[in-house]
Design a protein around this ligand. Sequence first.
Ligand SMILES: Cc1cc2nc3c(=O)[nH]c(=O)nc-3n(C[C@H](O)[C@H](O)[C@H](O)COP(=O)(O)O)c2cc1C
Length: 179
Amino acid sequence: MVTDTALRQVLDRVERVRPAEHRDLMSHFPTGVTIVTATGPDGSPRGLTCTSLSSVTLDPPTLLVCLNRRSGTLDALRNGRFGVNLLRLGAQQAAAVFSRPVADRFTGIDWRPSPVLEVPHLVTDAFAFAGCVVRDSLVVGDHEIVLGEVCEIRNEPDEPLLYGMRTFSALAPVAAAES
Ligand SMILES: Cc1cc2nc3c(=O)[nH]c(=O)nc-3n(C[C@H](O)[C@H](O)[C@H](O)COP(=O)(O)O)c2cc1C
């Protein structure tokens, strides 16, 4: 384990990586695209476009999302439950709307409360949905990692929307290398 002092000594010697460099690095790591949803204190649906989804454990089924601490949607997750909507190819308009400062992002969106946790499920734009109960969270710098135990799943596999190199795209399978 590197101690705080040892780490500080290393950091003093190297040129610190700038946030823009880190963002550039990660832009070359394509992912699927989700819209993370929750219900605000006033009962209104909230949501943001989010690519920082990762599976954490299978037992219990747990995933994480990493949200900017300034995110308005993060506030809505404080009530302890959230939804992860995995976007299908063709849902790039929704992905764009849910990443912009739009007054009501849910206008024109086909959604309904999920059966178990009653968090917003985007029935048309998402091919899969995971309803989660917040199990833990951890503030790291300007973001908060939220761990959610998956309590409900709806999965109708379809082509996923991808995001990488600062653009939306589709999956283009290649042949596996011969062994
Ligand atoms: C493709 C894409 C992926 C994004 N992924 C994340 C993410 O993982 N975490 C995050 O906090 N913001 C992410 N954002 C930015 C938010 O969607 C954006 O800041 C949004 O306006 C936040 O809304 P809110 O403040 O209402 O929650 C992403 C944006 C795009 C376009």
